[in-house]
Design a protein around this ligand. Structure first.
Ligand SMILES: Nc1ncnc2c1ncn2[C@@H]1O[C@H](COP(=O)(O)OP(=O)(O)O)[C@@H](O)[C@H]1O
Ligand SMILES: [Mg+2]
Length: 262
């Protein structure tokens, strides 16, 4: 699989992209034969870039993210990433029998960090996601927002150059989601990570990204993209965010109408 074969970044060469998606299509076998879900997607995520992939439910966003993660293979085309991406999903997927700290330490261990350094690094990561003191907390003792912070710290523990996020805040209430948007923006600017973030929420896409990619439905194709030229940190209720969201929503509605979903 292309992702697994991706070269590690070489410090002596300048890296052009964190992820490169070239003419990628994906079909699944369905009751009515092969169903084309993604059609000829080409997209680069630059080093340090924050890109959101926006589209209606069922348009193939998760499918594309899973392909970039190397969890599945494209039917056609190529995907390369610099190193192995870190993943974060809507469900936190933390191990409930481990504490917050041990969940993060496990990721460090899998990355090969020696035991003597793990505790210190875990504390640093907890501080980065503003969960200082939560090391010994069990998953069930944490709120939804805190769980997603631990999941973020665990993803960051992998020390990847690219973070793939699949609607990670969709199950949170609006205030918690707002706060996590702020944290993610701060962490992104502090770490220089590349982020490919999937959402069906237009405002969230505009709040976070430098570039918004709109996918059409059935099959998923890149319908349009926008560069978001609004200074960070933004707020979801800022006028320029709202203005661009209205424009993008119009396009998204057009895509949905064209495909007769509503
Ligand atoms: N493993 C699979 N087998 C068959 N069909 C799938 C599989 N994964 C996704 N699909 C189909 O692909 C389409 C896109 O799904 P998905 O990528 O989950 O959409 P999104 O994340 O944008 O909501 C849906 O029609 C879904 O039923
Ligand atoms: Mg999805």
């Amino acid at each position: 699989m292309a992702t697994a074969l991706a070269k590690a970044a070489d410090a002596t060469t300048s890296v052009e992209y964190a992820a490169r998606i070239e003419h990628v299509s994906k079909s699944f076998a369905g009751p009515a034969g092969q169903q084309l879900v993604l059609d000829d997607i080409t997209l680069d995520v630059a080093p340090g870039e924050f890109v959101t992939l926006l589209g209606a439910s069922g348009c193939g966003k998760s499918t594309l993210l899973n392909l970039v993660a190397g969890l599945d293979a494209p039917t056609a085309g190529n995907i390369t990433t610099h190193g192995r991406p870190a993943l974060m999903f809507q469900e936190h997927a933390l191990f409930p029998w481990l504490t917050a700290g041990k969940n993060i330490e496990l990721a460090l261990r899998l990355r090969g960090v020696v035991k003597a350094e793990r505790r210190g690094k875990t504390e640093e990561l907890l501080e980065l996601v503003r969960l200082k003191g939560a090391y010994g907390k069990r998953v069930h003792e944490l709120s939804g927002g805190m769980r997603q912070r631990v999941a973020m710290a665990r993803a960051l523990a992998q020390d990847s150059q690219i973070l793939l996020m699949d609607e990670p805040f969709a199950a949170l209430d609006a205030i918690t989601r707002d706060m996590l948007h702020d944290e993610l923006t701060r962490i992104w600017s502090e770490t220089g990570l590349s982020v490919l973030f999937v959402t069906h929420n237009v405002r969230e896409a505009v709040r976070l990204a430098q570039r918004v990619i709109l996918l059409s439905s059935r099959p998923g194709r890149i319908a349009r993209e926008w560069t978001v030229d609004i200074a960070q940190p933004r707020r979801i209720e800022d006028a320029p965010v709202a203005e661009l969201s209205i424009e993008i929503t119009e396009q998204l509605r057009g895509e949905i109408r064209r495909h007769g979903q509503h």
